[in-house]
Design a protein around this ligand. Structure first.
Ligand SMILES: *[C@@H]1O[C@H](CO)[C@@H](O)[C@H](O)[C@H]1NC(C)=O
Ligand SMILES: *[C@@H]1O[C@H](CO)[C@@H](O)[C@H](O)[C@H]1NC(C)=O
Length: 287
């Protein structure tokens, strides 16, 4: 196995969406559209949350140190450093990737909801409990799921709401949507200040496996990332959602990893339907 870009899994990971209209996309006619333009409009993804590391817990002294720790420059915003995406599943619980929170102390983190911009708006909630899957393996990229309890309970509004979870298997070739603040371009190590979104298609597991360095199993879902579109560092932990109709959306995956954000290898997600029972157990039957 090639030495996977482990940093991808370290908190900052993956990916959300490249800007589908950048130069590299101009080379083909695949016509991958970012729904509604480059930036997600306010209120379209009310379940989207940003997981922050509190400024007080960062202790970054120099840029060299910052890079050594795999942190991104210029990304310390008003509630702290955006490290991963997350999704609201109930007033008291959010879902994210295990690699975003494993071995971290709850009091070093905040969950910010209700804004599409990292440097402005939104409300921050304290993280009081972190539960990650016992079988989580960073090395194998498996069982990458965690539930966080927040306090006080999240106040819902037009821009803040929960996302229902997918309980049944999702077919390949479905249209799905990813949203996140991850890198727009891997060569520029900076998360996007504005929430991005992109339309993707689910892949067959075998197909995904053949295009991937790592073994992908049926507790995971892949999406095709045509010509580099898809998740990148900073999107990890964020929600992959299937829109059944404008009023019914369900989260089907949690951004876990990809080989890199440029070559178009598929993005790999933790498959929600496989972990429904586990999620219920950890969130006190909140869903
Ligand atoms: C972890 O894996 C073991 C062995 O397959 C299984 O018995 C156990 O239920 C798993 N734990 C979780 C939290 O899924
Ligand atoms: C996905 O979206 C395209 C374009 O809107 C549509 O033609 C296609 O039927 C959709 N596929 C599925 C499986 O719904």
């Amino acid at each position: 196995m090639r030495s996977r870009e482990i940093y991808v899994l370290i908190g900052i990971l993956l990916v959300p969406l490249h800007n589908a209209f950048d130069v590299k996309h101009a080379k083909n006619n695949l016509n991958w559209k970012i729904i509604g333009g480059e930036d997600a409009p306010e209120g379209l993804y009310p379940y989207q949350a940003s997981l922050r590391i509190k400024n007080s817990a960062l202790r970054i002294v120099t840029e060299t140190e910052c890079r050594y720790k795999g942190l991104m420059r210029k990304t310390i915003y008003h509630y702290g450093f955006h490290t991963c995406g997350a999704s609201i599943i109930s007033p008291e619980y959010v879902l994210t990737a295990a690699h975003c929170v494993a071995y971290k102390e709850p009091n070093t983190m905040l969950v910010v909801v209700g804004t599409t911009t990292l440097n402005d708006g939104g409300d921050a909630y304290a993280v009081t409990e972190i539960s990650w899957n016992d079988n989580f393996s960073l090395w194998h990229g498996r069982h990458d799921i965690a539930v966080l309890k927040v306090s006080p309970p999240i106040t819902f509004s037009t821009n803040v709401n929960f996302i229902a979870l997918q309980e049944n298997e999702v077919e390949p070739f479905e249209n799905v949507t990813l949203s996140g603040w991850g890198f727009l371009d891997r060569r520029d190590d900076k998360v996007s200040n504005n929430l991005q979104h992109i339309k993707l298609k689910t892949l067959e597991t075998n197909d995904c496996n053949s295009k991937h360095e790592m073994t992908v199993t049926n507790d995971q879902i892949c999406t095709s990332t045509q010509s580099g579109g898809g998740a990148c560092k900073g999107d990890s932990g964020g929600p992959l959602v299937k829109m059944y109709n404008p009023n019914v959306n369900k989260q089907i995956g949690i951004v876990s990893y990809n080989d890199d954000c440029i070559t178009g290898s598929p993005d790999v997600y933790t498959k929600i339907s496989h972990y429904i029972t586990w999620i219920r157990e950890k969130c006190n039957n909140c869903v």
